[in-house]
Design a protein around this ligand. Structure first.
Ligand code: PMP
Length: 445
């Protein structure tokens, strides 16, 4: 009997004993294709010898140094690498242990930035419905996923939410994608004006939405408009690339495809590729300078920030992505995955949308394609898809997200950047079989 409080009690999870490349193995010797990278984490696959060597070498040298006493060569090198791989405007790095920590720090950094500048009256955060920014209280408050928030609402600081950019469900029939993007972006301006332009700290968004709605990319022009609105009112733009960042969409940062640069951003999962827990906030020089010329102190911190083993994993993973030109493979295999998903599901009665970028793809499952109505949540289709996929030796990330107040289902795919064409075919084949079996067994009225 497990003594661990697992997320789902009585989940009966298989016992993982190993991993190699894009596969994981359980104690019975069964192999699973890791087509979701866990939760979009394992970007270079499992057991990579170069990362293991880097970790051993770092462990021999130094495992931990508290950042109040020392900086370390390994953390400095990681920060240099991350900044070198980022566009101008992303100039500094704050190292933490994961995505929620990164988002908490990003939100507090934005608030303190204005305090440093003598604009302490700025107090509002605006985020979007259907978003997820982490499970700690501040990050949860920013998130707009009511299912995750509901029971904790009395503990959450007030945050304001506007519509997401979600063309499949939000675009009106008479609208072009571009018009739709401008319309939803304008909701941000309306909200800023309602709250008072001098009282808003930041707008927070996932560049490509992950866990709540499944690999939803913004429409063309949306983020340009958002950037314009933020600039007009001196509001900071915080992008959460914890899931969609560090190469997953085919560029180092997903925002590079939008022609904008945020003031502050968060990365995590693919940063250390699962070899160590690590996350980071990245920020522009203007943010850094406000701290440097002000109090000289960011009123925040965690015991394990800048951890040497985590930094060693992060640096090794990022080196491998660069040296093996893995982003080329993300783009190429991402296109192939997209094609295969369309071939398999374009005529499927229960797949309403196929979307994503790079190796960050999703299908949205609907009861009826004509009106996009989701299956009854009581079907627990996401649970069934996961079980059927695991039975077929496939790890995918199915979720029941909140769509217009209704819980709907989607399946997220985020395979390691080293995936090859044959493996892409197998992933789509097994996913199709798992989906059909789930619908047949769970969703029949
Ligand atoms: N932001 C986003 C967009 C995420 O997808 C996640 C994790 N799913 C988080 C924040 C929180 O990260 P962590 O679980 O590492 O705390």
């Amino acid at each position: 009997m497990s003594k661990i409080l697992h997320r789902t009690i009585h989940a009966n999870l298989p016992l993982a004993v190993g991993g190699r490349g894009i596969e994981m193995f359980d104690a019975d010797g069964k192999a699973y294709i890791d087509a979701s990278g866990g939760a979009a984490v394992s970007c270079i696959g499992h057991g990579h010898p170069e990362v293991l060597a880097a970790l051993h070498a770092q462990l021999d040298k130094l495992a931990y140094a508290h950042t109040g006493f020392f900086t370390t060569d390994i953390a400095e090198r990681l920060a240099d690498r991350l900044v070198a791989d980022s566009p101008d405007g992303i100039d500094y790095v704050y190292l933490v242990s994961g995505g929620s920590e990164a988002m908490e720090a990003a939100l507090k950094m934005a608030r303190q930035y204005f305090v440093e500048k003598g604009e302490g009256r700025r107090r509002h955060i605006i985020a979007r419905h259907q978003s997820y920014h982490g499970n700690t209280l501040g990050a949860l408050a920013a998130g707009g996923n009511e299912w995750r928030r509901a029971q904790f609402r009395p503990l959450l600081v007030e945050t304001h939410h506007v519509a997401p950019c979600y063309a499949y469900r939000g675009r009106l029939p008479a609208e072009s994608e571009h018009q739709y993007g401008q319309r939803v972006a304008n909701q941000l301006e309306a909200k800023i004006l309602e709250l008072g332009p001098h009282e808003v700290i930041a707008f927070v968004a996932e560049t490509v939405v992950g866990a709540t709605a499944g690999a939803v990319p913004p429409v063309n022009g949306y983020f340009k408009k958002i950037r314009e609105i933020c600039d007009r009112y001196g509001v900071l733009l915080i992008l959460d690339e914890v899931m969609c960042g560090t190469g997953r969409t085919g560029t180092m940062h997903a925002f590079e495809q939008e022609g904008i640069v945020p003031d502050i951003m968060a990365i995590a999962k693919g940063l250390g590729g699962g070899y160590q827990p690590i996350g980071a906030v990245m920020l522009g020089r203007h943010i850094y300078d406000a701290f440097a010329s002000g109090s000289g102190f960011f009123q925040h911190g965690h015991t394990y920030m800048g951890h040497s083993m985590a930094a060693a994993a992060g640096l090794a993973v990022q080196d491998i992505i660069r040296e093996h030109r893995l982003l080329d493979n993300v783009r190429e295999m991402g296109e192939l995955l997209n094609r295969r998903l369309h071939e398999r599901f374009d005529n499927h009665h229960h797949v309403g949308d196929i979307r994503g970028r790079g190796l960050f793809r999703a299908i949205e499952i609907v009861a009826d394609r004509s009106d996009k109505s989701p299956f009854d949540p009581a079907c627990k289709l996401n649970v069934a898809v996961k079980r059927e996929a695991m039975a077929r030796g496939l790890m995918v990330y199915p979720m029941g997200g909140t769509i217009d107040g209704v819980r709907g289902d989607h399946v997220l795919l985020a395979p390691p950047f080293i995936v090859n064409a044959g493996q892409v075919d197998t992933i789509v084949e097994r996913l199709g079989d798992a989906l059909d079996a789930s619908i047949a067994t769970r969703a029949r009225p």
